[in-house]
Design a protein around this ligand. Structure first.
Ligand SMILES: C[S@@+](CC[C@H](N)C(=O)[O-])C[C@H]1O[C@@H](n2cnc3c(N)ncnc32)[C@H](O)[C@@H]1O
Length: 187
């Protein structure tokens, strides 16, 4: 990053690395601690934030506060792309794996899941922070999967219809609830 291009930041990156994106970890940008954002961003603001399978590790109250933090550290017109497990995906094995508290083993990556979102709650949390929300992939209350065309080059989400290896051959093996949350630009 030379400071001249767009500032695109991955929150809670884990092992994720995408060209053109700055990976950050909780120690640098903690969704539950605005101070870390002030220290890391200074006067800068992000053009885009990418947050794949992180919000489910927060309580609903923490998620609402995290959405507000993301809003404040985006430039007007910038966007947050969020992906979380989908409470409406009708696969019992999936739901067991992503459930609050995880499936059992304390070292399981889902052991600290605090919430499983459906599209209505995620939309409400993001809109409540001031974002304009567009759902990219989600299951409705009847379990039907919906998706609209979106470009992974604008913010790749691995656990998505096109990128996840479990969705090969037309079979839907693993989905996410994926939303774009845009900070309105002044008119
Ligand atoms: C399941 S991993 C997902 C990692 C990566 N985003 C991916 O999709 O492979 C969950 C990540 O959320 C991060 N995380 C949990 N709570 C966080 C917080 N309050 N602020 C920032 N990151 C957090 C963890 O450190 C971990 O890297």
């Amino acid at each position: 990053m030379d400071g001249t291009g767009p500032l695109r930041v991955i929150i809670g990156a884990g092992a994720q690395r995408w060209d053109g994106w700055v990976p950050t970890h909780r120690e640098q940008l903690d969704l539950c601690d605005r101070k870390t954002w002030r220290a890391w961003f200074g006067e800068r603001r992000a053009d885009a934030l990418l947050c794949e399978h992180v919000f489910e590790h927060l309580t609903e109250a923490e998620g609402r506060s995290a959405a507000a933090i993301c809003f404040d550290f985006l430039r007007p017109g910038g966007f947050l792309r969020v992906a979380v497990p989908d409470a409406n995906f009708p696969d019992p094995v999936y739901q067991t794996a992503v459930q609050v508290g995880g499936p059992g083993p304390p070292d399981h990556p889902a052991a600290d899941h605090r919430l499983v979102y459906d599209h209505r709650l995620l939309t409400d949390v993001l809109a409540g922070a001031g974002f304009e929300v567009e759902l990219l992939e989600y299951c409705d209350a009847a379990g039907r999967f919906h998706h609209r065309p979106w470009d992974p080059d604008t913010g790749p989400v691995y656990r998505s219809l096109r990128l996840d290896h479990r969705n090969a051959d037309g079979r839907l093996g693993f989905v996410s609830l994926i939303a774009d949350a845009r900070k309105p630009a002044p008119s």
